[in-house]
Structure formats: structure tokens, C-alpha cells
Design a protein around this ligand. Sequence first.
Ligand code: AMP
Length: 281
Amino acid sequence: MEIVHTLRDLRLRLAGEGLVGLVPTMGSLHDGHLALVKEASDHASCVVTSIFVNRLQFGPGEDFDRYPRDLEADTKRLASAGCQVVFAPTESEMYPIPQRYHVEPPPLQNDLEGAVRPGHFRGVCTVVLKLFHMVQPQVAIFGKKDYQQWTLLKEMVESLALPIRMIPGETIRAEDGLALSSRNAYLSSDERAEAPQLYLTLKRISSAIHAGNVSDHKLIIEQEAQALGQRGWHVDYLTLRSQHALSEPQAAERELVILAAARLGSTRLLDNLECFRSAVP
Ligand code: AMP
């Protein structure tokens, strides 16, 4: 495995490579990231993992400065996961001139995560498009853990006719159900013990919808949000959407996803669960 820090070295390393697969990350890698790398190696002969904490997608007062960074530990983990190239650009390599051109995503950018983090998806889509141009992969893998991000990026690729096959990766969880996230490192031990409640909440809502015993899903979701509130969570959103474009679900729609973001202390956790309505009320 080779570690490159500049675009020049990246291009030299990738010259003549056949099928390149890209896994973009912000580092502080866990088993969720490594599962994406393994998935990528099923679809590509050369897997590139990028590690870059992208200032553009953080708002003022967010955790850009304290975001965990450990390139040495990351590269060790990647070497044993089947990655061929680590692309870890510096900020000046990624943004040698002020980034004044941006990708402007569709209105979904202002919903859910975007309602709480204005400009976040503009920053994400801009850096991902730039990484696509730098790495020129044929295949790219993104986690469904960030479902809204996946939805927006998939549409970006289609809409801009980028010659890249987009592959989703399933969410990898700890044994108690907590979705793995670099930000879990911020949790105190009490908060860590409480954190799986978010996934348990999603599972309860999903079972109720799947069983078809809710005529109005809004009520059960409201009750579950209140229950989280009583346990000390601050819920940013807990909502049911259509898997397609994350629009408000129509009554006949069966392929749904429950999305949640909630804060425990100062840590913001994100999770979602795809859910299939077997009986339409
Ligand atoms: P990040 O480093 O948090 O920007 O994430 C990089 C990629 O890893 C994104 O495509 C995420 O959706 C994905 N990812 C993060 N956590 C998980 C997880 N627990 N399971 C699967 N993929 C994940």
C-alpha cells in the first residue's frame, strides 16, 4: 500500500491502473470504513481511500478543529483491509486557491441534516466532485449510514453524467446496535451506554410500520421522539421518508427509511433504518 499526499504523486501512482475504486473518508477509521474498502475491492483492482477532513462541509462553531485525526493508525488499518493507495492531501493541496466554485445541490440539501447544518451538503458535494476529478475512479463507495449524503451524491453523479458507478455500503454497527462513527469517540461512558437507544427507537418504529399496525406513523414517531427527550436526548429530527429522493412518503409507498439525528450531551449522532411497509393502510 502506498501513501500519497499530492495530486502529482497520485496521478503517477494511478497511471496505467485498470479499474480504480474510491472510498472517500475523513479518517479516524473504524470497521464501517473498512467494510467500504472491502466492498470496493470486490469491484475494483485498485482501491484508493482518501483521507481529508474537509473544512468546506463544517459550519462555524462545528467540530472541524477537534475532529479526531490519526493518519498513522488509519494507514495501518487500511493496509490490512485491502487498500492499495491512501490519498491524504493537505489543505493547500486540496484547496490551492480559495474554493469559489461550488456544487449547488438540489433543495434536499436544506432539509434534515441541511436544516441543522446549512451549507453542509454544498461542501460535501464540492469536495466529492473534486476528489472524483483527482482520482478519476470508475467506482465509488459511500455508506448508507449517511443516507441523505448518499442520496444527494447518487443524484449528482447521474445528473452530471459522471462516468462513475456508485455503490452503497450497509451500516456497520457495534454489537449493541450503535452505528459506528468517528464521532462516537466524543461520548462519555454514560453517554456510550445510552447511545444504542437511538437504533432501538428506529427498530421499534420500523417493526410497527412493517407489521402494518400504524395507520398514522406520525403519532408513533412523535411518541418515540418524546421518549428520547425524556431520556436526555435532544432530537433534531426523527422522521419517515420515501427511500426515493427522501420525499414525504405517499400512502401507497412501501420502500421507506426512518432517519434520525439526535444529540447526547455535545455529541450529535446520526442513524437511519430502511423499512418496508408490507401492508398499505
Ligand atoms: P466519514 O469519514 O464519516 O466522512 O465517512 C466516510 C464514509 O464512510 C461515508 O461514505 C460514510 O457514509 C461511511 N460510513 C461512516 N460510518 C459508517 C458505518 N458505521 N458503516 C458503514 N459506512 C460508514
